[in-house]
Design a protein around this ligand. Structure first.
Ligand SMILES: Nc1nc2c(ncn2[C@@H]2O[C@H](COP(=O)(O)OP(=O)(O)O)[C@@H](O)[C@H]2O)c(=O)[nH]1
Ligand SMILES: [Mg+2]
Length: 399
């Protein structure tokens, strides 16, 4: 006889933004999750479909945020997914499987599709691919023969789904009917729930996200993205040097590349986690960061801590710092230097100004004001304790 818990089936639905995850869940579960085009189409949280029954078992579908066609949010999305998987695992819930949606109407499997599918493989681990079902949908948007040719390509090309299929993943077509959705669900319910690779890495091995296989993948991709953006900025600069008249056109492109770099840097911090990001900074950078936090107000805050810490934590840190700074005010030339836009990265310097770029007065000031660093260190330690000291990783907004 099935026990009560084995009667419940949890399945994560993954895939790119716009691949039809919410639509699929709504169709089979009768839920009302926002689909693209709706007001909340860009939601980046995990969502839950209403539980429903198939063959007497309770099915729970989990709607996950997907990568989109820039790298700019990859780390945040990955963090949302891995935080969720970790919490579930810690609560004793293992997934029966993952449904990975793929639009057959996509003309080619672009960079984002590959990134996304590689991330799925790294999240699950190759041993668990037998619990993965790749579902092609949106067949109505292509000519049947074109769709079939693409499907063959996807199944047989090793850079697409071939390897996963060889390792036990299944592939199904979904024609947007309840019948086809049920068939897909049935292909998962027979599975044994399994611990995913990232759950093992993060919970059992206590690895930080940035040290997991999927974290390393995304980190590597973000680094490559920064490199490509930097070389783009460089190229634009050279072009500008040769052609003064084209400057205005180029300016906008440079600005865009700069803001992308800043955004990707934020993603790196998300991946690293606030405590490690903080620890990896030399003291000068920590102080620079602290000064920015205090004197730049909201802008500085959102630049770093607010990404990871709750509002109250940030306010507390800033309050402590302000007390320190009121005892030993930051000289104006230091403030000015710290808040000046960096020449190649716009005004968003993250995580802080490079120590080598700081003015000599700043060094003197830090030497005399070591307590500022200590204060922030203490606060960081208090609010972002390392994982080894706690069995459960605290939510960032715990104060
Ligand atoms: N033709 C067709 N359109 C679909 C299908 N599934 C989803 N869509 C449409 O694709 C868009 C994205 O779907 P959505 O469920 O929001 O994707 P999500 O971002 O993965 O949750 C929406 O406009 C849906 O109406 C499908 O099977 N066939
Ligand atoms: Mg959705």
């Amino acid at each position: 006889m099935l026990s009560k818990s084995s009667n419940k089936v949890s399945i994560a639905v993954m895939g790119l933004t716009g691949s039809g995850k919410s639509t699929f869940i709504n169709l089979i579960s009768g839920s009302d999750l926002p689909a693209s085009g709706g007001l909340n189409s860009c939601t980046r949280d995990v969502g839950f479909g209403s539980p429903f029954q198939v063959d007497g078992r309770e099915i729970n579908l989990i709607d996950t945020p997907g990568f989109d066609d820039t790298n700019k949010n990859d780390a945040e999305i990955l963090k949302v997914i891995t935080d969720f998987l970790k919490e579930q695992f810690e609560a004793g819930i293992t997934l029966h499987g993952v449904i990975y949606l793929y639009r057959i109407s996509d003309i080619r499997m672009g960079g984002v599709s590959r990134r996304s599918f590689t991330a799925l493989r790294n999240l699950c681990g190759d041993d668990n691919l037998k619990n993965v079902v790749i579902v092609t949908n949106m067949w109505g948007l292509v000519k049947q023969e074109d769709g079939e040719a693409r499907e063959t390509e996807l199944k047989t090309n090793p850079t697409f789904f071939k390897v996963a299929l060889e390792r036990g993943a299944q592939i199904y077509r979904h024609d947007n009917t309840i019948a086809s959705a049920e068939k897909i669900i049935r292909s998962v319910t027979k599975n044994h729930p399994r611990e995913l690779s990232v759950q093992h890495e993060m919970v059992t091995l206590e690895r930080a996200l940035s040290d997991t296989t999927v974290g390393l993948q995304v980190k590597g991709e973000l680094e490559n993205y920064i490199t490509s953006l930097r070389s783009e900025v460089e190229k634009l600069r050279k072009e500008h040097a040769e052609d003064e008249a084209a400057m205005n056109d180029l300016k906008a492109e440079v600005e865009e590349a700069r803001s992308s770099i800043a955004q990707v840097k934020k993603q790196m911090i998300v991946l690293l986690g606030v405590e490690r990001a903080w620890r990896s900074m030399p003291p000068e950078e920590r102080v620079a960061m602290s000064v920015r936090l205090c004197v730049e107000g909201d802008k500085g805050r959102t630049a770093f801590w607010s990404l990871l810490g709750g509002r109250e934590t940030i306010d507390f840190i800033c309050g402590q710092l302000q007390k320190e700074f009121s005892k030993r005010p930051v000289p104006w030339e230091i403030k000015e230097k710290l808040l000046l836009p960096s020449p190649d990265e716009g005004s968003e310097r993250l995580p802080a100004q490079k120590a080598s770029e700081l003015p000599p007065q700043f060094k003197d000031w830090i030497d005399k004001n070591g307590t500022v660093v200590e204060t922030v260190d203490k606060v960081v330690k208090k609010h972002f304790p390392t994982r080894r000291r706690r069995s459960r990783w605290p939510r960032w907004n715990v104060v």
